[in-house]
Structure formats: C-alpha cells, structure tokens
Design a protein around this ligand. Structure first.
Ligand code: PMP
Length: 436
C-alpha cells in the first residue's frame, strides 16, 4: 500500500529529483511511497494532488490554530502586502502585534523574528549576555529548533540516547555539530526537580539559562509534574539564571496567554512562533523588561532582514485579534476533549494499554503501557511501532495525525463535531485493522 495516488506520485518523483528526499524539512519525509504532495488546504482539511481529502491533525506541526486559508487572516495579509512587503523600518503592524502579544501574555517587551529556531537562538544569546555565563540546561526530549546548541537528546529511539536515565549525557541528534558544542549543554531528564536542584546548586556559576518546553510538545505532549515549573522558577530566582519558556508550540494554543497563563508561572524570556501567525512566517522573543533590554544596538545583537515582515505581521495581527475577540481556544478545547475521551474509550475497548497525554488543543497517545509517562525515556519505551501502524491505517482512511508519536495531534478552530465523529469512526476501524 502507498499513500500516493498517481498524480501525487508523479509530482513526488519530480520533487525527489531536485530536492534532497523531495522535502524541504527532514520531518516531512515519510519514505518514498508515503510522502505527500499537497494541492490545497481549507479549514481543518487538506487535499493531496489526487484530490484525496484528509482531516489534518498535523496542521503543519502546530501553526494552523484557526484553520487553513483562513479568510480573515488572508484578507489582512493581502491588503497589507499590496502596500509593500519589507522596508527595514518599523511598521504600524509590528507595533500592533507587539502590543497584542504583551496584552495577551503579560510580557513587557517583544522582538519579532521569523521562525521558532531564530527565537530560541536569540533568547539563548540574550540569556548569555545578561548573565555573562555560557552553559545552559535543557531537558531530554525538548526540541528548540535546528541550531547546533539545541540539537541534543530528542532522538527517535532509545539506542540514540546517551548515558543512563540517572546520569544522562547530551546526545547529538545530527552529524555536523562541532564536538565542543556539547560542552555548553547540560542535559537532564524532565520532571526530576531533585536532579535539577542538585545540578544547579553544583554548577550555577556557569549556567546562563534553563530552557524548556512547558508541555513536551515534541514528546507526545507529556505534562509537567505540578512541582516542575515552580522549581525551575525558584532556582532561576535564587541563582540568577534566565528562565526561557519555549512556547513555540504552546503559545496562543493552550490558552491566549500560553503556558504562562495555563500553569500560572512567569518566565524571564518566552519564545513564540507557530500559532502566532496561523501559518505565516512570524515568531517572537518576549519577556521581562530588564532581560529583554539586554538587546542593544550598541551591544547585544538581534537582527534579521525579514524580522517583522509585513506578511507575517499582518497574519499575526489578524490571528491575535481573533483570539482576543472570539472564543477560539474554548471551541478547540471542547472538540479536543471529546476526541481525547473517544480515543481513550476505543483503545480501552480494544484492550490496548495506553495513556492519553497532553491537553485538548495538543494531545497524544502512548501505547503499550497504562503507566503515566513523565520523561522522554518513558515515551521511548512506549510501543512506537504500534502507534505508527495505527497512524498509517488512519492516513489511508483520510485522518492525518503525524505517524511519529513524538508529534502531538493538533486541533484548529475549524474542526467540527462531525469531524470529531468521523475521526473516531476511522480510528476504530484503523485499530481493528491493525489488530487483525
Ligand atoms: N521550539 C519548539 C518547542 C518547537 O516545537 C519548534 C518546532 N517544532 C521550534 C522551537 C523550532 O521552530 P521552527 O521550526 O519554526 O524553527
């Protein structure tokens, strides 16, 4: 079986001839028979080149919070770009977006950029400049983008992890990173506040930042234990470390004010991207006044030709306005809750040990055990093969979460009750097909 119909296959072959593996990001590669070429998207659906419709739960890995091709967002972008796209001067749209971000999340200051990677990279530079320290703590399974510093310990299998769970070693996710970079990375398991405290007490003088995903958005949506985020906050306060909450996935998705609002914990720096622009390239580094003001034309650099570009800023302006004035996240949460409960029921009926993880707007399923997962290695010990098998059966039938269980199911406002019902019916069929 292949996901590709005739036209999709032909176009994929053309892509394969000129683009390495036919994709512009490795995460999109599902093998030569199952990588799709997409014709269009509307609302919660996408269509491939053979006009096969999918209910889309990848949503471009999270950005599409309202729905594909949202008319209000697209109208604002079209109106704006007709007046020009890039000036290397400040525009009213950038001001409006920064004000909206500040209003929704409570941050003092905002700098716009284009991708999550650029946001986390600059946040780390700010933290280093602010503290005059060079190392940082990150957690296993937390993904912060493609720069060398962060590409550690988010592997797809246990075999690629290094060190024991009690004494982890930062394991590079890719070749091509200079060996010396690992010296700056202190890699710890998430949800182990004692190990974190021990590490900080022993090494605080060299630690600029603790960077983390508040919900493990790149490890099946594993939630923080109740004491985890408050412990990070307390240790950062006590030892002068910059707390960087990477909200690239949770921002403008799990609550209007993101994880800071959801968990009631304020970070020093926060990074946003994805849902901020409903699919347009826009991201932000934001945070407290004194830390953000480290950025300085005569000192610490933050720059970028496309930072605050008109298309991205217009998209963010419209998206944030809709979040501020309509119950987008409430609607998503209602559908997500029904979906989580339905999937849970089906897996229970089918006698498959499982745990539903995450929150309604981004959740996942861990298969093979009923024990609540707390760390990335718990995820790696789950039945990832079974998850992928079910994922492929879903895809054949037109329901499209990512087949890699690290990637949560994402929901958008356009998902209807009928879509949830259709998804549950197809999930039931898919699980039965796999059990056969
Ligand atoms: N941080 C997190 C938490 C992410 O999930 C991602 C992307 N999946 C990034 C950073 C990097 O964002 P981008 O792909 O836009 O560079």
């Amino acid at each position: 079986m292949s996901l590709q119909g005739q036209k999709t296959r032909e176009l994929y072959q053309r892509a394969y001839n000129v683009i390495p593996h036919g994709v512009n990001s490795n995460f999109r590669y599902w093998g030569t028979d199952d990588t799709l070429v997409i014709k269009k998207g509307k609302g919660t659906y996408i269509w491939d080149m053979d006009d096969k419709r999918y209910i889309d739960y990848r949503l471009a890995f999270g950005p599409i919070i309202l729905g594909h091709a949202h008319p209000v967002v697209n109208a604002r972008v079209k109106e704006a770009v007709d007046q020009g796209t890039l000036f290397a001067w400040t525009t009213p749209l950038e001001i409006s977006v920064a004000e909206r971000i500040s209003r929704l999340t409570g941050v003092d200051k905002v700098r716009l950029t284009n991708t999550g990677t650029e946001a986390t990279f600059h946040a780390l530079r700010i933290a280093r400049s602010y503290t005059n320290r060079e190392k940082f703590i990150k957690f296993e399974g937390h993904y912060h983008g493609q720069i060398d510093y962060f590409m550690y310990s988010t592997a797809s299998s246990n075999a690629k992890m290094m060190g024991s769970p009690r004494a982890p070693i930062a394991a590079p996710n890719t070749s091509g990173i200079p060996k010396g970079i690992a010296d700056y990375v202190i890699s710890l398991p998430f949800n182990d506040p004692e190990m974190l405290e021990r590490t900080v007490k022993a090494r605080w003088g060299e630690i600029a930042a603790i960077i983390f995903e508040p919900i493990m958005g790149n490890a099946a949506g594993i939630l923080p234990d109740p004491e985890m985020l408050p412990t990070i906050r307390r240790l950062c306060d006590e030892y002068g470390i910059v707390m960087i909450m990477d909200e690239v996935k949770t921002g403008f998705r799990i609550a209007n004010g993101g994880a800071q609002e959801y968990f009631g914990v304020k970070a020093d720096l926060v990074t946003y991207a994805k849902s901020l622009g409903n699919g347009y390239p826009i991201a932000a580094i934001a945070g407290k006044e004194d830390v953000m003001m480290t950025v300085n034309p005569g000192g610490m650099a933050h720059g970028g030709t496309y930072s605050g570009n008109v298309a991205g800023a217009a998209a963010a302006d419209a998206t944030l306005e809709l979040l501020e004035t309509t119950p987008v996240i409430e609607t998503i949460n209602k559908r997500g809750k029904a979906l989580m409960e339905g999937l849970d029921e089906i897996l229970t009926e089918q006698d498959i040990p499982h745990v539903v993880t995450g929150v309604p707007s981004m959740f996942s399923l861990l298969l093979g055990s009923d024990d609540k997962p707390r760390t990335f290695r718990d995820y790696l010990n789950s039945d990832m093969d079974l998850y992928e098998e079910i994922g492929m059966e879903l895809a054949y039938r037109g329901v499209l979460p990512d087949s890699d269980g690290r990637e949560p199911w994402f929901l958008c406002e356009a998902l209807s009750e009928a879509d949830v019902d259709e998804t549950l019916n197809i999930f039931n069929d898919s699980v039965k097909a796999v059990k056969k």
